[in-house]
Ligand binder design. Structure first.
Ligand code: ZN
Ligand code: FE
Length: 257
């Protein structure tokens, strides 16, 4: 299996997984770059997986379907470019001989889903859309802090080795915020250096891993003492329960520059 991110717009990635001339793509916000790649590699597009309804994740679906006849698989509860196969929590999508489990992760949008395969050439793989980013998480456009915290808790319980394929290259700006929250996190400092070197050469910082995210991502670390303290220093009026801490952390990131 080959895994690669096709860059789109200013900071989107359209993930492609392919093997033996057949490919799947995730969240194609535009078609052109994908069609170019398919042609260049002589690949047949088998399936399009969609995590949520935003245009930067779905804008290329109709053109790709028309050009390739690919099957489209997306969430039950979101407006989607029809026709498609709608899937929900607990469903399994079989594609390229792989079994992807559908995990419901509302928060960024109301019906957002993620696709998890326990074994791609021996390593688990997650397509998480705009729910989990390296060093950050999606904005709460439609869901509540409780939903997003639950969603991130579920993703953080996936195996440490899980390759995390996020749909945006937001890593460096997320890490700036992460360091404001946890200035003394040594693993975070080392990861910043690592990601800066990648971006200096225009390489993606992704995929990340669940292990790395548990070490450096403040949104997976909102129960850590250092994070809780930073949040209550930032907003002394914030309540001390898990959801309030998480909500305050998310609100802080929204205004952080
Ligand atoms: Zn989105
Ligand atoms: Fe997006």
């Amino acid at each position: 299996m080959q895994l690669l991110p096709i860059p789109a717009f200013t900071d989107n990635y359209i993930w492609v997984l392919h093997h033996a001339q057949r490919a799947l793509v995730v969240d194609p916000g535009e078609a052109e770059g994908v069609l170019h790649w398919l042609k260049l590699q002589g690949l047949q597009l088998d399936t399009i997986l969609i995590t949520h309804h935003h245009a930067d994740h779905t804008g290329g679906v109709a053109a790709l379907r028309e050009a390739t006849g690919a099957r489209v698989v997306g969430p039950t509860e979101e407006p989607m470019p029809e026709p498609l196969q709608r899937v929900d929590e607990g469903d399994v999508v079989t594609v390229l001989g792989l079994s992807f489990q559908v995990i419901k992760v509302p928060g960024h949008t109301a019906g957002h889903i993620a696709f998890f395969c326990p074994d791609v050439d021996g390593a688990p793989l997650l397509f998480c859309g705009d729910t989990l980013f390296s060093g950050g998480c999606g904005r709460l456009f439609e869901g509540t802090p409780t939903q997003m915290l639950n969603a991130l808790d579920r993703l953080s319980r996936l195996p440490d080795a899980t390759q995390v394929c996020c749909t945006h290259e937001y890593t460096l700006s997320n890490l700036k915020f992460a360091q404001a929250v946890e200035p003394d996190n040594a693993e975070l400092a080392a990861y910043v250096t690592h990601c800066q070197a990648l971006r200096a050469q225009n390489f993606p910082t992704l995929p990340s891993s669940i292990l790395v995210e548990k070490q450096i991502n403040p949104f997976l670390r909102s129960r850590e003492t250092a994070v809780r303290q930073a949040v209550s220093t930032h907003d002394p009026l914030a309540s001390n329960d898990d959801v309030s801490i998480f909500a305050t952390l998310r609100a802080w990131k929204n205004v952080f520059k």
